[in-house]
Design a protein around this ligand. Structure first.
Ligand SMILES: [Zn+2]
Length: 102
């Protein structure tokens, strides 16, 4: 009980990391924590290191995928074109009925 339990008085160490995109960010660790050699960049998701001259190379697999990439993973091209046809058809039907004017 007492001083040591109070979070705000715990000593911290601030570590600067650099990623391959030249982003620079600071992470605060507890003083007794072992600082990891790399940390994911909060801006681009690439691994970052404390060595500004030698940031870790981007991994082969992109950490972030576009929404379209995820959709393509879930659906085959045929399914995708079916869905598109269906959407176009319903749009044309609605236009015919005067629901959409453009
Ligand atoms: Zn970055």
């Amino acid at each position: 009980m007492g001083e040591a339990e109070r979070g705000e008085s715990a000593p911290r160490q601030r570590v600067i990391f650099f990623c391959a995109h030249e982003h620079r960010f600071e992470v605060a660790f507890a003083a007794e924590a072992v600082v990891p050699e790399s940390w994911d960049c909060p801006r681009c998701g690439l691994p970052a290191s404390m060595d500004q001259e030698n940031p870790p190379p981007p991994p082969k697999i992109e950490p972030y995928k576009t929404h379209l990439a995820y959709v393509k993973e879930r659906r085959s091209d045929q399914e995708a074109s079916d869905i598109l046809d269906e959407a176009l058809k319903s749009l044309r039907d609605r236009r015919k009925r005067g629901e959409i004017i453009f």
